[in-house]
Ligand binder design. Structure first.
Ligand code: ZN
Length: 278
């Protein structure tokens, strides 16, 4: 059991309600078997007390590949039944979103690979899922947006997720979490989206990185009055590359390698190229 706990830690399966009971080396892939169970919650329908019922049929959850092997989790989820109204409910876990068969981690990985412009077949193969799962994810790029928070540093890009059709994508610069993918990239689409965040929330954004020739510059200034608009790192690399890099290394070398300044420069050196034209 000790070792199996280690596995869940290692895989960052943080849900303490998941117990892994067996692991199998299937030759072509690894399998973990386990169950999801917790104290019966209140009924979502009548708020009455639910009681533990049976286990649902095993769900197959493809997980991120581990040590080069595809990993499949076979998870049995507890079912609950309401003592008052008889409603049935299935135990939930942050590992897999409700009514989904693909783990959150795999979903994030799909999103990341799509952003990195990897072919769908390639992603499907790499994550041991079907191409249609990748397609579904693509079509599902609707995020449950939290309108009360925005990252301090955001990057804006355009991206052709579908052939010949550009989308607008905003990401948290630090975590790389996708904040928005908008169908279409007109200024109106983007304005309408971000205006749904209260001004107070928008005011907290400090930096937006974007394409050097982006038409969004004025729009970003209007929506995010406190943000500095910064040249996108890729474009800087493209346009100013070596000269700039040399300057950065020279500056960096003046600092101790472990120092805050060194790490900050290594990470945020492009901010030195802020537009200051307002
Ligand atoms: Zn009920």
């Amino acid at each position: 059991m000790e070792q199996l706990n280690l596995i869940t830690n290692f895989l960052r399966i943080k849900d303490k309600n998941i117990t892994i009971t067996d692991e199998y080396d299937m030759g072509t892939h690894l399998e973990l078997h386990g169950h999801l169970d917790y104290t019966a919650p209140k009924c979502p329908k009548c708020k009455g007390q639910m009681a533990k019922y049976d286990y649902q049929k095993t769900s197959k959850i493809p997980y991120l590949e581990t040590a080069g092997y595809p990993l499949l989790i076979r998870l049995r989820k507890r079912r609950f039944k309401c003592k008052e109204c008889g409603k049935m409910a299935v135990a939930e876990t942050p590992l897999v979103k409700k009514n989904h068969q693909i783990s959150v981690a795999v979903n994030q990985k799909i999103a990341q690979l799509l952003i990195e412009n990897q072919a769908m077949q390639h992603i499907a193969h790499r994550l041991s899922i079907s191409t249609s799962s990748v397609m579904r994810k693509l079509n599902e790029f609707k995020f449950e947006t939290d309108w009360n928070t925005l990252p301090e540093v955001m990057s804006w890009d355009e991206y052709a997720f579908k052939k010949g059709k550009m989308s607008f994508i905003a990401q948290d610069f630090d975590s790389l979490n996708v904040i928005a993918i908008l169908d279409g990239r007109t200024q109106a689409t983007i304005r309408n989206h971000f205006l749904r965040y209260p001004r107070k929330v928008r005011n907290r954004v400090k930096v937006i990185t974007m394409d050097m020739f982006s038409p969004y510059y004025q729009l970003a200034k209007q929506l995010f009055p406190n943000a500095k608009i910064v040249l996108d790192r890729f474009h800087i690399v493209q346009h100013l590359s070596r000269a700039m890099n040399r300057v950065r290394i020279q500056i960096m070398n003046q600092f101790n390698r472990k120092s805050q300044e060194y790490r900050a420069l290594k990470r945020y050196w492009f901010i030195a190229l802020c537009f200051e034209c307002n």
